[in-house]
Ligand binder design. Structure first.
Ligand code: PSU
Ligand code: MN
Length: 327
């Protein structure tokens, strides 16, 4: 492990050699969460999928940086052995943004959600992050107030987040309203509607569709150049052949939501409970769909991070670099 960026030495960041080298050379990097490894899929499918996700980022021209917590440190970039250890160790707790300082102080392992991974990516200077599905406003949030910390973190961290939309276990309409109210830019890639994770459509129109990587990279850059403080969301739909029928998903989720209510499942246990219930009801097709979107969002993120890095070497700042000749 190479200790990198001494100005960040207050943060217990431990970079993998590969990620440290990528940061030093300005190579494109895509951060990835570990909660999907520990809580999303069963072993050994989780380890195999995590490796395919890393490969998809590489195929897009970028370096993957899977994030997790271990022994009071934040891992930024996991080796194959790290991934195997996280995937096969039972009981690693889910760590969202607010849990992060406590788990770090206490020691032990932690699996980072979208929210905490995005916060860490920003600390590490990584501009792109990929995850299959973001958290959002839960159904019934009008009374439960269950709104994922993922959304709040998007208002705080300057990271571009690539996802396949959000699952219809959530209230997608309210999730979109939240993002609009909080000025979080959102574009869709390859679809006219906000995608719904297992399904290519949700009935909710996309505010902006852009189908080429370079234009999206420019929009991301413009957001931050204009002083935007938060994240930039890019949503792309599941591949047609892996998608599940909308009606089937709606029925299954309605049953799962009712069961969760009866059993009193709430708080940070709800998302995993609902995902498992949907997997069981679809006899594993949902888990396959989950793996499919993890890989496809990582592939797009790799290409976008690469396109973003290229902006700086191409025309955007050509001849206008204020540091020209001073470095
Ligand atoms: N949505 C998914 N798959 C997931 C999650 C959400 O489709 O694995 C996980 C992610 O780690 C996300 C977290 O950040 O759940 C959100 O949990 P909550 O709803 O408790 O904020
Ligand atoms: Mn919640």
């Amino acid at each position: 492990m190479i200790p990198f960026r001494p100005e960040l030495s207050d943060y217990p960041l431990v970079f993998s050699d590969e990620v440290a080298e990528a940061i030093a050379s300005g190579a494109p990097i895509v951060a990835l969460e570990s909660n999907v490894i520990t809580h999303g899929l069963p072993y050994p499918h989780n380890a195999a999928t995590a490796r395919k996700v890393e490969q998809a980022v590489r195929d897009g021209g970028a370096v993957p940086a899977t994030i997790g917590i271990e022994d009071g440190s934040i891992l930024v970039g996991m080796t194959d052995e790290d991934i195997e250890r996280f995937a096969s160790t039972p009981g690693i707790p889910k760590v969202s943004s607010r849990d992060l300082p406590i788990v770090l102080a206490r020691g032990g392992k932690g699996a980072t959600t979208v929210a905490s991974s995005v916060a860490i990516a920003e600390l590490a200077g990584i501009a792109f992050f990929a995850s299959a599905g973001i958290g959002g406003v839960h159904r019934g949030a009008q009374t439960t107030m269950d709104i994922s910390s993922d959304l709040i973190q998007f208002t705080r961290s300057k990271v571009a987040v690539i996802c396949a939309g959000a699952k219809s276990i959530l209230d997608l309409g309210l999730t979109m309203e939240f993002l609009e109210t909080h000025c979080v830019p959102l574009v869709t890639y390859g679809c006219d509607e906000f995608p719904a994770f297992y399904c290519r459509t949700s009935g909710i129109p996309s505010p902006h569709r852009i189908d080429d990587e370079r234009s999206i990279a420019r929009a991301v850059d413009a957001h931050w150049s204009l002083g935007g403080r938060g994240s930039f969301l890019i949503a792309t739909p599941i591949a047609q052949q892996d998608a599940i029928d909308n009606e089937e998903v709606d029925t299954v989720i309605a049953h799962a939501t009712a069961a969760a209510e009866r059993e009193g499942v709430r708080g940070n246990a709800l998302t995993k409970y609902l995902m498992r219930a949907v997997d069981q009801a679809t006899e594993g097709r949902a888990a396959l769909a989950n793996a499919s979107v993890l890989i496809s969002t990582a592939a797009l993120a790799g290409r976008l991070a690469t396109a973003h890095t290229r902006l700086y070497s191409e025309d955007l700042f050509a001849g206008t670099d204020p540091w020209d000749g001073q470095r």
